[in-house]
Ligand binder design. Structure first.
Ligand code: SAM
Length: 280
């Protein structure tokens, strides 16, 4: 039986093209097109938006994005075995799907796209966090993308959206929430994927803020947060002493008690600390 979009069901696609999942490429496929369409809808109305999809695999989410009306999808896939299946989808949606074979960490997709641009992906777990950090830390803000709709391991999704006082709160929460609104939009059990991974997953939806939530120099903030959470159990006057001989004064100026620990400090105070250090 064919799927709603007239293309073959994903199980048949996988069998036809012999797409046995490879662990080293983080391949856990979504085969339910109702689910992939639901994920595409989390990204919002894409009819006037170009979408970057990292790791389309056999094309489940790609088909969801196209069926839900994305203006154009640029899909970057490292595994050449997936290309014939993706070519079949491209033929079904003339002019709306472009596929690049290669490593998303090395390809600059911007020359292929027009603004506005959204990113939507069921990310390979081995490169997901690195890509997210890259998308969040360009020198200039706002970035080239307007929203990110990304599947992560649930535990990573919780770190992205964590609030002060929780164990999950750290570098990912701060870098994300400094420049974006972020929420967990959907949680999925392992059985939603083929093959099932060991852990649950979650879709996180981020929208880029027009400007960072609080002023701060990016590099200084990154340095502060890296040092603070590298030794998260220590008092900040100890974990941050390498940043300045007057660290206690800077902490106090930023409204932080030198005996506080990183986990308790709201984003606003980390930004104030970065400003104080930068101006010294
Ligand atoms: N989007 C498909 C889905 O939802 O069923 C596949 C998702 S699977 C979790 C991750 C995909 O990313 C795989 O197809 C894998 O080959 C691809 N991939 C892994 N590393 C990559 C990289 N560095 N650049 C581009 N694609 C990559």
């Amino acid at each position: 039986m064919s799927a709603l979009d007239g293309l073959p069901p994903l199980r048949d696609v996988i069998a036809t093209h012999e797409l046995r999942a490879k662990k080293n490429l983080g391949q856990n496929f979504l085969l339910d097109l109702n689910l992939t369409a639901r994920i595409a809808r989390i990204a919002g109305d894409l009819s006037k938006t170009d979408v970057i999809e990292v790791g389309p695999g056999p094309g489940g989410l790609t088909r969801g994005l196209l069926a839900e009306g994305a203006r154009k999808v640029l899909a970057i896939e490292k595994d050449s075995r997936c290309l014939p299946a993706l070519a079949q989808i491209a033929a079904h949606y003339p002019g709306r799907l472009e596929v690049l074979e290669g490593d998303a960490l090395k390809i600059d997709p911007l020359e292929y796209l027009e603004q506005p641009i959204a990113i939507c992906a069921n990310l390979p777990y081995n490169v997901g966090t690195e890509l997210l950090i890259r998308w969040l830390t360009p020198e200039d803000w706002p970035p080239f993308w307007s929203s990110l709709t990304l599947m992560f391991q649930k535990e990573v999704a919780e770190r992205i959206t964590a609030q002060p006082g929780s164990k999950a709160y750290g570098r990912l929460a701060i870098l994300t929430q400094w420049r974006a609104d972020a929420r967990i939009a959907l949680t999925l059990p392992p059985e939603a994927f083929t093959p099932p991974p060991k852990v649950s997953s979650a879709v996180v939806h981020l929208t880029a803020l027009p400007e960072p939530r609080f002023p701060a120099d990016l590099k200084t903030l990154e340095r502060v947060v890296a040092a603070a959470f590298n030794q998260r159990r220590k008092m900040l006057r100890a974990s941050l002493k390498g940043l300045s001989p007057q660290i206690e004064e800077h902490l106090t100026a930023a409204g932080i008690a030198p005996t506080d620990r990183a986990e308790q400090i709201p984003l606003e105070n980390f930004c104030a600390l970065a400003r104080s250090l930068k101006s010294a």
